[in-house]
Design a protein around this ligand. Structure first.
Ligand code: SAH
Ligand code: SF4
Ligand code: F3S
Length: 431
């Protein structure tokens, strides 16, 4: 049997694309391995969202040159967003790369390895209709794509150039895949898209949620990522009324300054964002809200930055991902005036992260002595004697050792202690 090593960078979309490339390669007789030295085929599934992600990949890629010298039969593929963006350019930098496969062409990884070499970066409007097999590496939670690409062209973001135009997958295909996952014993599904809530298949997004909610065996439904401009009453009602849809939403704010939001082409103001948060919290009182923030966007003034800081204080997110602005090829912001020095971006990012750490900790502390429903996923990475899982609000809970706790169980857990990034609890009954 031939062996493939896949190294994945970037977002959940890429993680799931790797699962599907593995699904396709299985049919060609490949099995996954954990060490690149053992592989006949190495795939880098790359991310180009920020410069750092790109650097990380190139430093890894450099090491495969030696592997290829030791084993001339070894094939190397570069997939994902850098593959799409740089295409043949990757082989100019690294001639030992055999295949370049963009995100719209993951289904052709089988063609790639059967042929000799190639560049697969064409626009593929059929991607949303092709049901590719996926080999998922976990057995409790599954990712599932419902839409591809992005039409928003936020001025800092490379994704519209790497993932192509927005396309929604037909509802029937999605529902069939979810039924299959339920039959395989999966308990939780996460619907994926750069903009899940602008899903525009043959039914609306809230209707899609409602149909998935009816599928027996699936206990929890999540979705990422939602765009604030597309968040409407229909989705809020669905979150309130559908029992399996979890009380968590990831809703990237990016900045608290209207001037910066306009430059970012985000199409909402801070006060519009706040009113959506209010609507969510009224309908779903215990909802956890997480967000993304960019520090040091071009021309961001100290006052703009202050607006972001006070936005964090005002809203009280459960968690954030914050990044220094990184200029990306092809994007409008990269050519904007007022690019800030790295020290300024770092300083602002540090302030944002320190503030949010306190807020996250306080929000977690508020859960001490409450009882939470936890879906057990497996053993804890840091404390192998404990099991770990997540609350419906997506918070990690490590569970004190207790005889019969196993992955896939949904348990009532008393929260004993809150740390900054996780909770600790004990089983109170096996409901
Ligand atoms: N589609 C999602 C996520 C896109 S990428 C959305 O619209 O929210 C995830 C996050 O990376 C973004 O929310 C943004 O905060 C960040 N990001 C994207 N491009 C960036 C850049 N050039 N520099 C810094 N952060 C960036
Ligand atoms: Fe990028 Fe904006 Fe599209 Fe998200 S919505 S993927 S940030 S362009
Ligand atoms: Fe990265 Fe592409 Fe995802 S740029 S964040 S892997 S969509």
């Amino acid at each position: 049997m031939k062996k493939v090593y896949i190294r994945t960078f970037g977002c959940q979309m890429n993680v799931h694309d790797s699962e599907r490339m593995l699904g396709v390669l299985r049919r060609e007789g490949y099995a996954p391995v954990d060490a690149p030295e053992e592989a006949d085929l190495i795939i880098f599934n790359t991310c180009s969202i920020r410069e750092k992600a790109e650097q990380k990949f190139y430093s890894q890629l450099g090491r495969t040159r030696r592997l290829k010298r030791d084993n001339p039969a070894l094939k190397v593929a570069v997939a994902g967003c850098i593959a799409q963006q740089q295409g043949a350019g990757i082989r100019e930098k690294a001639p030992y790369v055999d295949y370049v496969i963009g995100p719209q062409n993951i289904g052709r990884v089988g063609d790639a390895v059967l042929g000799t070499e190639g560049i697969f970066t064409d626009d593929n409007p059929e991607l949303a209709r092709s049901d590719l097999p996926a080999e998922r590496d976990r057995s409790v939670k599954a990712w599932i794509n419902i839409m591809y690409g992005c039409n928003n062209f936020c001025s800092y973001c490379v994704v519209p150039y790497t993932r192509g135009r927005e396309r929604s997958r037909p509802a029937e295909n999605i529902l069939n895949e979810v039924k299959g996952l339920a039959a395989d014993g999966f308990k939780e599904i996460t619907l994926l898209g750069q903009n899940v809530n602008s899903y525009s298949g043959d039914v609306s997004f809230p209707e899609l949620l409602s149909r998935i909610n009816d599928i027996e065996g699936i206990e929890r439904i999540r979705f990422v990522t939602s765009h604030p401009k597309d968040l409407g009453e229909g989705l809020v009602r669905a979150m309130r009324d559908l029992d399996k849809v979890c009380e968590h939403i990831h809703l990237p704010l990016q900045s608290g300054s209207d001037r910066v939001l306009r430059l970012m082409n985000r199409k909402y103001t801070f006060s519009e964002y706040v009113s959506k948060v209010k609507m969510l919290r009224e309908a779903v009182p215990d909802i956890a809200i997480t967000t993304d923030i960019i520090a040091g966007f071009p021309s961001e003034t100290p006052d703009d930055h202050k607006a972001t800081v006070s936005a964090l204080q005002e809203i009280g997110f459960d968690g954030i991902f914050a990044f220094k602005y990184s200029p990306r090829p092809m994007t409008r912001a990269a050519d904007m005036e007022g690019q800030l020095p790295d020290e300024v971006k770092s300083e602002r990012l540090t302030e944002i992260l320190a503030l949010q750490d306190r807020i996250t900790e306080a929000r977690n502390k508020a859960l001490q002595n409450t009882v939470q429903e936890v879906l057990v996923e497996g053993t804890s990475g840091s404390e192998p004697e404990k099991m770990t899982g997540r609350t419906r609000t997506n918070k990690i809970v490590n569970i004190a050792p207790s005889g019969s706790v196993s992955p896939g169980m949904i348990l009532k857990i008393r929260i004993l202690k809150a740390n900054r990034h996780s909770l600790e609890g004990e089983v109170i009954d096996g409901a």
